[in-house]
Design a protein. Sequence first.
Length: 166
Amino acid sequence: MKNYVREGQKLPLFGIGPYLISSVFLVTAIGIILSCYVFKFGILDGIWIWIFRIIGVLLISGGIAVWYIGALRSNMDRNISENKLQTGGIYACVRNPMYSGCWMIASGLGFMWHNWIIFPVILVTWLILTVVLINTEEKWLLNLYGREYAEYKKHVNRCVPWFPRK
């Protein structure tokens, strides 16, 4: 999987992203289909429909914003091609904003079906993200940036955007 932009670039531009995000959306879609259409289990009604849909819209909107800022407003492509660790902007709040944004969008889509089964699905997709990132990109970044990345990991969440820990 070599998608380098220039000679000497040490990390792939897209990495495992397309495969990982496809997996997150696939697991979410399977959860929605099985719970809402096959087994028809866990579907909520009444006010819960609106609560879940509002949460869904907020997650989708937030996910789009996080993904957009991380992918298109952070100069990440340039940092990757120049082998620089990006720790500013959105990367000060979450180490993987593009994955996080897609995970939030998938979770929000799940909430739109107002089914409580989405909670275990969200947990499973978070676990997929966590396990895959620990075993791939985090190893690459630790090998490339060493102590700088190790310190960065101590202060910034992997998948959930949050204020940096001091």
